[in-house]
Design a protein around this ligand. Structure first.
Ligand SMILES: [Fe+2]
Length: 297
């Protein structure tokens, strides 16, 4: 099983139709019955949704709204130091609300006029080929739940803050949007499960956890880092490796810890040249070559 499956809490639907999100034993909200019920309700919204229907709204509590406000405030300060210029320009264009959690159709209303990307609901893990492949249609599958209020600056799962503050600010940039779409094209082009996993790992080490040098320091263009209060401050301490898709596609990672190893580009243009070119051209044969002859061999 590909490791990314561990990112999301499994969602089950019983024979009586009851939806349950299976939070891990160490999840901050596992012993909070009110939070558990909210998570089940929000997951059910996505499971009941089908393409073409209106996007369901999650009714967030005041406690949840406050989590959004606090995290947005804290991340905005960190972004001035650690986010790459293209992300900051995207955030400036998008003007996400800082005072409330936007519903997904509100996100679409802001992003679509800029780059054509639209947000649709996901209960949890979306199969890799569907998640990445949809990017080719400029469609982004997004969870709607928010992290537990007891630890607002930490989440073991990608929540609406990750999906929107991390990804939507990127998707508001024409250059990022082109990269995401090209990743979707790659996911649709490759055929074997191995090649798809390779593509998804290159995505993980670039558009989720990639860093680059800009203005004399290491900054990030990865949504995973851009939405993580703790981890973004550690990027300068990571083991930085040169941008190299052959290595990225086979590099293992552990989602339960900060990424000890990051791939660092010389600039955003460098990401476009190397990662963008890979997504634009990769096929099963190319993955087989890269896997058989890792870089430098
Ligand atoms: Fe993500």
């Amino acid at each position: 099983m590909f490791e990314e499956a561990q990112l999301y809490a499994p969602v089950t639907k019983g024979s009586d139709g009851a939806v349950e999100v299976q939070l891990a034993a160490d999840h901050p909200g596992v012993d909070d019955p009110v939070y558990r019920a909210r998570r089940n309700q929000i997951a059910a919204l996505a499971l009941d949704w089908t393409a073409g229907q209106a996007i369901p709204h999650a009714e967030y509590t005041e406690e949840e709204q406050e989590v959004w406000r606090q995290v947005c405030r804290e991340l905005a300060v960190l972004h001035r130091t650690y986010a790459c210029g293209e992300y900051l320009a995207g955030a400036e264009r998008l003007q996400l609300p800082a005072d409330h959690i936007p519903q997904l159709d509100e996100v679409t209303a802001a992003v679509e006029p800029l780059t054509g990307f639209r947000y649709v609901p996901a209960a949890g893990l979306v199969p890799l080929r569907e998640f990445y492949g949809s990017l080719a249609d400029r469609l982004f599958h997004s969870t709607q739940y928010i992290r537990h209020h007891s630890v607002p600056l930490y989440t073991p799962e990608p929540d609406v803050i990750h999906e929107v503050v991390g990804h939507a600010n990127c998707l508001a940039s024409d250059r990022f949007a082109a990269l995401y779409q090209t990743a979707g094209d790659a996911a649709r082009r490759v055929e074997s499960a191995e090649a798809l996993e390779f593509v998804s790992k290159v995505f993980w080490f670039s558009l989720e956890f990639g860093v680059l040098r800009e203005g004399g320091r290491v900054r990030t263009y990865g949504a995973g880092l851009l939405s993580s209060y703790g981890e973004i401050q550690e990027i300068g301490n990571a083991d930085l490796r040169p941008l190299d898709v052959a290595r990225m596609g086979v590099q293992t990672y552990d989602i339960t810890h900060y990424q000890p190893l990051l791939f660092c580009a010389d600039s955003f243009e460098h990401v476009e040249d190397v990662v963008g070119e890979f997504f634009a051209t990769v096929d099963d044969e190319r993955v087989a070559e890269l896997t058989a002859h890792p870089a430098g061999v």
